[in-house]
Ligand binder design. Sequence first.
Ligand code: GLC
Ligand code: CA
Length: 634
Amino acid sequence: MLTKNSRLRDLYAQPVGRDILRKVLLIAGKSDTLLRLPLISGIKLKSLPKLAGGKISEGFIDSLLKIVNGEPDIPRNDVGAETPTWWKEAVFYQIYPRSFKDSNGDGVGDLRGITEKLDYLRELGVNAIWLSPVYDSPNDDNGYDIRDYRKIMTEFGTMEDFDELLAGVHERGMRLIMDLVVNHTSDEHEWFKKAVAELDSKYRDYYIFRDKPNNWTSFFSGSAWRYIEERKQYALHLFSKKQMDLNWENPEVRQEVSGLVRWWLDKGVDGFRMDVVNYISKREGLPDGDETIGALIGFTGMEHYFYGPRLHEYLHELKLGAFTPHNAFSVGETPGIGMEMSKLLTADYREELDMVFSFDQLETPGNSRFEDYRYDLNYFKKCMADWMENYGNHCRMALFYENHDNPRMVSKVDPDPKYRAVLAKLLATMQLTLKGTPFIFQGQELGMVNRDFLSIGELRDVESLNLYEELIKTMGEADAFKKILSGTRDHARTPMQWTDGEYAGFSESEPWIAAGSDCRVCNAEAQSGEKDSVLNYYRALIALRGAHNALIYGDIKIVDKNEKNLFSYWRSDKSEVFFIECNLGSSMKERRGRLPDAVRVISNYPDMPKKLLRPYEAVIWRTQGISKKSETVT
Ligand code: GLC
Ligand code: CA
């Protein structure tokens, strides 16, 4: 048990304490090496508020102790071979259906559009698809507000279209996972409607109603509480006003969720990506959030639910009740969760989730999404080195740079168009050769970049629009728009660029969000025929990874941990050894660990490597066990 008399070093020695400390330092833009200084590590927790000059309150320490002392478990760190499974070997591809392909000319992507493009995905070589939500929804948050979990959104098609898609995926030897959004439902879900309309309905316990709101804020601006006139009470919504949080304390809610998971698994889907799943358990009594924590992370109240008291219990119950009988796969979206918590959520012996998306690598220390800054890949390297070396063999890391909630990685690192292709390929090289399971977001395989939206009127996302409204209360419209432009999720939601034709070949009529003109220089059709395109590079890399176990299960050894702008590592198993070298910057870089007998397998420059690595150059070498199959050695 930690107390206020415990020291920072005691907190750091405790897995969850370490995660939280590292998170705080990350947000503050400070390195965690600080904690190795005896003067700092010896500080008592109770002295922190005074030392931090008001930035940390007593409440901060109390919450910290509650979370840390509420987690008695310690992840096992025994080594041993990983258990092989399909989802460790797979390369996943995320589809945001609204923006992928429109088959009927209404400007909105749909299920038949996806079915049309299954051969494209098979040729790309991916093994599994994650579909963002396709269920019936009023689309306040593009399907992340579900009205009926067992019905397909009319705009996307019918259940027959879905069955056809699923069959098409399986016929091609691929798998399909759905998006499970069960922290909340739409306010138009019949449960919520009944909870509001019938005061003594059992559904009132499906949601979180209170006579008085607490001070929690919503991720989409403003208070997290909405006044419900009919009940004369407030209902909790961590996201938009139309996304009402479910009450997971209620066993009936948990049974409903388990039931709908089984319903889709019975249909044959292969698993789920679970939306903000670490938020499902909220601290009893819903205490006010600490204002100093709120100021630090930008949202008030999060300490009471991002790693809630009953999270493990709920996940374990759901796993045993629904996932295990179907041998189905799960990956949780878990914002704010660090490496040690990730271990406790995903270790194979714990039976909770199979993998999580941890987000620590997405922004560099001290930066956040709605800030205009250049992402330094040296930080990515530092993060990866840490996870590669410390995540252990009971857990598997999800490797990703992009999804439907984040701007494009190429734009974040270096928006200079002359580096676009080479940088996109560098990112691909790392993603497909580091140890973990890659998740590629649609368009990433073409090197798609952020859109140069011209005005707020071109944006569609509820998060951006709400934030804009909030910002213009205190700043000029131009500045507010600039901020939104840095981080808007709409960068990832522009139509997939299939051709250089009108509307990027996505649709025959004007898309729900403008396609812009980038498709003239970046589209799948043209790249398919160009030998050196980003798309063909992805195809080659995915095939390479699939053909070599060393790249999937092999050990990883990082060569030059402290060398700036250089990221070189070995991947090896009993029969093969690969050496990957990456220049993380836009200037020339001296290489390390050149191999005498190595054969170049693939690189993002067409000619042979020179003495120095060129801007963003990436090369994969192979030393032993050279086989004739699979890839061309140039
Ligand atoms: C997740 C989704 C995001 C959505 C939110 C609320 O973060 O990825 O798109 O807005 O949850 O469901
Ligand atoms: Ca359509």
